[in-house]
Design a protein around this ligand. Structure first.
Ligand SMILES: C[S@@+](CC[C@H](N)C(=O)[O-])C[C@H]1O[C@@H](n2cnc3c(N)ncnc32)[C@H](O)[C@@H]1O
Length: 300
């Protein structure tokens, strides 16, 4: 399984749907419920709050955050990848079925998921976020969200988005931003080399016209939104991946090695050897991984 294939023809980074599915339960366990509750208090007076999810992928954030809303509400999923978008709707219908909820398409344009607390109305827009905030329906929503997106974007892009949200006094919730620390256990020679290469890859231009924020994302989001007078809340949201989660530990090791190989040409042999050993450890249930993230909530 390949997680990131690098840039597509339209300049956006490509993500594998199977990888997004694999990480979804770890994402759900990692995101901080306290920040989600705080966001819900902020939208309390809205009878039917509307959320715009940037870089929605297969809709993982909707399936997690929707449960906190507990009343009828709307999601607009925005992504450039048509395949991921159609998978988002399929996955949403499967998830509804698993919970015993009906899912219907009354107007073709939007999916209605009938939860016991009211319907979740979900629609999608295919858009290259490079142009954002241009093209985003900001006047038609109450909250802008994203999950695992802000470490891909550049500071310039974020500054533009923040100005547009501040103008409309819209809250911004950015979950799961990498903060630059990973630990593979047990320790292994080559860890530092792989970590260095992985860190370099996180700062590669990911199609948002500039160096990606990578592990700077939480700090830069906080600074940029605070400059507009936003109140910023941050909370750790680590992936804690136990030895038993073979597929996830295996993919994380492989993904780190692939990313490191893009930059550490002279250390290539050692990185390959590292990946081999880590792969065997994952297969044998002997590899555990912790990846640090931060969730950030910016309230106007
Ligand atoms: C790491 S994935 C996160 C997906 C989802 N939010 C989640 O948490 O599972 C990043 C997402 O951003 C989307 N993306 C990346 N660059 C984009 C761009 N320039 N325009 C629109 N979507 C983009 C990808 O297609 C992918 O779905």
């Amino acid at each position: 399984m390949v997680k990131e294939n690098g840039a597509k023809e339209n300049g956006t980074e490509e993500f594998d749907g199977d990888w997004l599915d694999l990480r979804e339960p770890f994402d759900a366990a990692a995101r901080d419920p306290g920040l989600a509750e705080l966001l819900m208090q902020h939208v309390d007076e809205k009878a039917r709050p509307r959320f715009l999810d940037l870089g929605a992928g297969t809709g993982s954030l909707t399936r997690w955050l929707g449960h906190f809303v507990a009343r009828p509400h709307t999601w607009i999923l925005a992504d450039a990848d048509a395949e991921l978008m159609s998978r988002a709707f399929e996955t949403m219908m499967d998830a509804a079925e698993d919970m015993g909820w009906k899912a219907t398409w009354p107007q073709k344009k939007a999916l209605l998921v009938h939860s016991p607390h009211g319907a979740w109305r979900i629609e999608g827009i295919l858009t290259n976020l490079l142009e954002a905030p241009t093209g985003l329906p900001l006047d038609a929503v109450d909250v802008v969200t994203c999950s695992a997106l802000c470490d891909l974007v550049s500071e310039r892009w974020l500054v533009g988005l923040a100005a547009a949200l501040a103008k409309r006094k819209l809250p911004f919730y950015a979950a799961l931003n990498v903060s630059g620390r990973e630990r593979f256990s047990p320790p292994l020679s080559g860890d530092a080399l792989v970590a260095r290469g992985f860190l370099r890859d996180q700062r590669r231009d990911k199609g948002f016209s500039g160096i990606a924020l990578g592990p700077e994302a939480p700090t830069v989001i906080a600074r940029v939104f605070a400059a507009h007078g936003y109140q910023v809340h941050r909370a750790p949201s680590p992936w804690i991946v136990p030895r038993q989660a073979r597929d996830m530990t295996y993919e994380l090791a492989l993904g780190h090695a692939e990313a490191a190989l893009r930059h550490e040409k002279r250390g290539a042999a050692q990185i390959r050897e590292w990946a081999e050993v880590r792969g065997t450890q994952a297969d044998d249930g002997q590899l555990a991984v912790r990846v640090e993230h931060q969730d950030v909530l910016c309230l106007p």
